[in-house]
Design a protein around this ligand. Structure first.
Ligand code: SAH
Ligand code: SF4
Length: 354
């Protein structure tokens, strides 16, 4: 059987794995031990799962693979808080996963696609274009990789949070992303609770409405970057397909149906979207919504000439949001920028070094 036809164990929810055992005419009770090996012991091969019944081992050896993703490149920021991994997929494509330590919490930033079709002008992944979707197992394997890296480093901390903010647009790969989230949340496995998973979208309106209908328990972040349709479309080409007014209507529906606050992301670009007028425009746009603004100073990329906002301008922006609009906001720390920890940037660095 070719590698592509083998079942990737990380693709399956616990229930799907149980059904697979039933299909193999094996006692489904063994799913507990197998699941434990996968997500508690973080076994990296079948050899590391000694206590499985021989018939189950034989099936696993013949018909499945463990989709462990080998590291093609690893870099650590000079302060040691950020580790960035370029992971190799079975078809030799590569994706990025980042381990971040913020105030004692460990967060994994995971990718949802190889490349991205949305083409945001300042984004390294957007500049690469779209190659393919990731499978649920390829998303889950990134979280397992980070959990295993913590264990190997004898770090007493557990993986606590997941952000879908790596390469790709998660709502463009909806079904695979949601299956991966179900696996990550499983309480007998990695047990990443609903409050621990944040999905960031460029603003795929049908996806946001579907999330609202399904009442998916996760945090939603929407990449705004501009408060008028014309300014946004110049930075985010996907805004032509899903205009700002439709996006804001979808966000309102999402917040009303789920009762959840949305995080709005704003990549601060000097002289482009960081003025006092811009701060007031976003304040007006979000008036009456349950919102928090995450300001991200631009990480420069080779394909875009913009520069990051200076910290005084970012502070002024925050002050206006807080004082004039009572809008909470954070400025993302630019930790790890020395290893190009911005979206898609490690893959570009690796490709250009060949
Ligand atoms: N596709 C999703 C999630 C991945 S990008 C989205 O766009 O939301 C995660 C965040 O990083 C987005 O808000 C994105 O706009 C931002 N981002 C991308 N490239 C960046 C760069 N060079 N500098 C700063 N932020 C960037
Ligand atoms: Fe894709 Fe997000 Fe990058 Fe835009 S910012 S190109 S949506 S990954």
């Amino acid at each position: 059987m070719s590698a592509a036809r083998l079942i990737n164990l990380y693709d399956l929810t616990r229930e799907q794995l149980r059904l697979q055992l039933v299909r193999w005419e094996l006692n489904p009770v063994h799913v507990a031990r197998l699941w434990n090996y996968l997500y508690i012991e973080l076994a990296a091969s079948l050899d590391a799962m000694p206590e499985l019944p021989p018939k189950l081992r034989a099936r696993l050896a013949a018909e499945t693979q463990l989709g462990v993703l080998p590291t093609a490149l690893e870099t650590a920021s000079s302060d040691g808080f950020t580790h960035k991994y370029l992971l190799a997929l079975h078809d030799t494509e590569k994706i990025e996963t980042v381990l971040m330590r913020f105030t004692g919490r460990v967060t994994a930033c995971v990718s949802s696609q190889v490349g991205c079709a949305m083409g945001c002008v300042f984004c390294a992944t957007g500049q690469m274009g779209y190659t393919r979707h990731l499978s649920p197992g390829e998303i889950v394997a990134q979280a397992v990789h980070v959990a295993r890296a913590l264990r190997t480093a004898r770090d007493p901390q557990r993986l606590r949070n997941i952000v879908l903010m790596g390469m790709g647009e998660p709502l463009h790969n909806y079904d695979a992303v949601m299956t991966a989230i179900d696996i990550l949340r499983d309480e007998t496995g990695l047990a990443l609770g609903a409050e621990r998973i944040t999905l960031s979208t460029v603003g795929v309106v049908p996806g946001i409405l579907r999330l609202a209908t399904e009442k998916r328990p996760l945090h939603l972040a929407v990449s705004l970057h501009a408060a008028t349709q014309a300014e946004r479309a110049a930075l985010v080409p996907a805004a032509k397909k899903w205009p700002l007014d439709e996006l804001m209507a979808a966000c309102r529906t999402y917040s009303e149906t789920t009762g959840r606050r949305i995080f709005y992301e704003w990549t601060l670009i000097e002289g482009k979207n960081d003025s006092e007028a811009h701060a007031r425009a976003v304040g007006e746009l979000l008036r009456g919504l349950s919102a928090q603004v995450n300001l991200i100073p631009l990480n420069p990329t080779s394909g875009y000439a913009g520069a990051p906002t200076r910290s005084e301008a970012a502070k002024r922006f925050q002050k206006i949001l807080a004082e004039e609009f009572q809008l909470p906001s954070t400025v993302r720390q630019r930790r790890g920028i020395d290893i190009a920890a911005g979206c898609g940037q490690l893959a570009v660095a690796e490709a250009s070094s060949h």
